[in-house]
Design a protein around this ligand. Structure first.
Ligand code: DQA
Length: 155
């Protein structure tokens, strides 16, 4: 497994086709490939997982207890606003997490203003489309370097 885990929740498998004016034209695979390369260029490994199922996301979070994951980057999509089990899973594994959104949920419908994970994350990056992921990978690398500055970059 990898040091950085990028998780994506429901309907994000349809990126590129799903409401492109809101979420952009890039597919999730394109965003993931870019994130993997960005991490690699900085000497880190990054693993991606997407699911439409809450239980699969919870199980993937549990996996981080026994694999090499040091930080989680997470766009829980609609589960952001509904899932106590995802919040509890993040609390259970106690790994640092950065919340990601393509859109800015605070500028949208009232039901999107609440997040069940924001207050237990290092921070939230939202509103920049696919760039939100690039910024989140940069923030994760910066955080990992601060925790372990001797990590050297092998390409
Ligand atoms: C989203 C915002 C959520 O409110 C929504 O349910 C999504 C995508 C975003 O990336 O902007 O599916 O997480």
């Amino acid at each position: 497994m990898s040091e950085i885990l990028m998780l994506n929740g429901p309907n994000l498998n349809l990126l590129g086709k799903r409401e492109p004016d809101l979420y952009g034209k890039l597919s999730l695979s394109e965003i993931e490939l870019h994130a993997i390369q960005q991490a690699k260029d900085n000497g880190y490994s990054l693993h991606c997982f997407q699911s439409n199922s809450e239980s699969e996301l919870v199980e993937q979070i549990h996996q981080t207890l026994t694999d090499d994951t040091r930080i989680i980057l997470f766009n829980p999509a609609a589960f952001t606003h509904s899932s106590i089990s995802i919040r509890d899973a993040l609390l259970a594994v106690n790994k640092p997490c950065i919340e990601i959104h393509l859109s800015n949920p605070k500028a949208r419908e009232a039901f999107r203003h609440a997040s069940f994970i924001s207050d237990i994350c290092l921070g939230t990056i939202s509103g920049f489309g696919a760039m939100s992921y690039t910024l989140a990978v940069s923030a994760a690398i910066d955080w990992l370097l601060k925790i372990n500055p001797v990590h050297h970059t092998e390409k």
